[in-house]
Ligand binder design. Structure first.
Ligand code: 2AL
Length: 249
C-alpha cells in the first residue's frame, strides 16, 4: 500500500526525520511517501501557523488522491486540517496527536504529553477535549523551546528527556505521548531509559493507517466527510476549487 506522511511545515530536515521514523515501523510492502508543502510556515507553533499550513496540507492530499495514495498521516501534533483532509481523501487520514493519544490508552490508563512551546499546550489541551481524552490525560507539559530547536541541538533533546522523567515521577502516568513530530527519533531511547511506553505519534499513526487500509476501511463519504461541494473558489485559492467527485464509498 501507498501511505503519504505529510509534514505540514516546510522544514525538509524534519520531513526526513519523519520519513525515517515512518519507514522504521512500516510493513515491507508499504511505500512511505514523506513530503512537506513548498509554501507555509517553517514550523507550526500556534493557531495562525496551523491555519495557514492547512492550505499546503490540502494540496498534498489533492496530489495524493491523483497518485492513488491509500492513506495519509498529518505529522504535526496540532493535527491541523484533519477533518478538511478527510473530506478530500478517499482513504483514512490520521493526525499524530489522535494516534498517539489512542495508542497511549491501549497501553496505560493515564498518559502525559510532553510538547515544545507553552503556547502549544493550549492546542494540545483542545485536542485532548475534542478526542474525549480528558479522563486519560494526566498532564500536558512543555519545555518551552521552539519546534526547530529539536533540529539543531542536543540541549532540547535533553530537556525532553528530563521533562519525561519529571512526568513519570509527578503525574501518575503510565505512558507518555511526545507532542511534536520533531521528536520522532526520541521515543525509543526515552522509553528504554524510563521503562514505560513513550509514544511517537508518527509511528503510531503509520501503523493505525496500515491497519485501517488492510481492513478496507475508508473515510465515510456519508455526511460531513463527503467530498467538498463543487463551487467556484476565487483569487489566490482558485486552484483549490472543488470539482464534483463520484462518491466511491
Ligand atoms: C509541531 C509539530 O509536530 N510540527 C510542528 O511544526 N509543530 N507541534 C507542536 N506541538 O509543536
Amino acid at each position: 500500500m501507498k501511505l503519504k506522511v505529510i509534514n505540514p511545515n516546510t522544514t525538509a530536515s524534519m520531513t526526513d526525520k519523519i520519513g525515517i521514523a515512518a519507514r522504521r515501523v512500516a510493513s515491507s510492502d508499504t511505500e512511505i511517501i514523506a513530503c512537506n508543502p513548498t509554501m507555509g510556515p517553517v514550523s507550526i507553533e500556534g493557531h495562525y501557523d496551523e491555519a495557514l499550513s492547512v492550505v499546503g496540507i490540502l494540496e498534498e492530499i489533492r496530489k495524493g488522491e491523483a497518485d492513488g495514495v491509500d492513506g495519509y498521516v498529518i505529522a504535526c501534533f496540532g493535527d491541523p486540517g484533519l477533518l478538511a483532509a478527510r473530506e478530500l481523501a478517499r482513504g483514512p487520514v490520521l493526525g499524530i496527536a489522535e494516534a498517539a493519544m489512542h495508542a497511549a490508552t491501549f497501553v496505560a490508563t493515564g498518559f502525559s504529553i510532553v510538547t515544545t512551546l507553552r503556547r502549544t499546550q493550549i492546542i494540545a489541551q483542545h485536542l485532548v477535549e475534542r478526542y474525549g481524552m480528558t479522563h486519560f490525560c494526566r498532564k500536558i507539559r512543555a519545555i518551552d523551546l521552539p519546534v526547530l530547536s529539536l533540529e539543531e541541538d542536543s540541549f532540547a533533546k535533553k530537556m525532553i528527556l528530563n521533562e519525561c522523567k519529571t512526568a513519570l515521577k509527578e503525574d501518575n502516568c503510565g505512558a507518555i505521548a511526545l507532542g511534536c513530530s520533531g521528536m520522532a527519533d526520541l521515543a525509543t531511547e526515552i522509553s528504554t531509559e524510563l521503562g514505560i511506553p513513550v509514544i511517537d505519534g508518527v509511528s503510531a499513526a503509520v501503523k493505525f493507517v496500515e491497519a485501517l487500509v488492510s481492513l478496507k476501511l475508508t473515510t465515510s463519504k456519508v455526511g460531513d466527510l463527503a467530498y467538498p461541494i463543487a463551487k467556484p473558489y476565487t483569487g489566490m485559492l482558485s486552484t483549490f476549487t472543488p470539482t464534483s467527485r463520484r462518491e466511491e464509498g
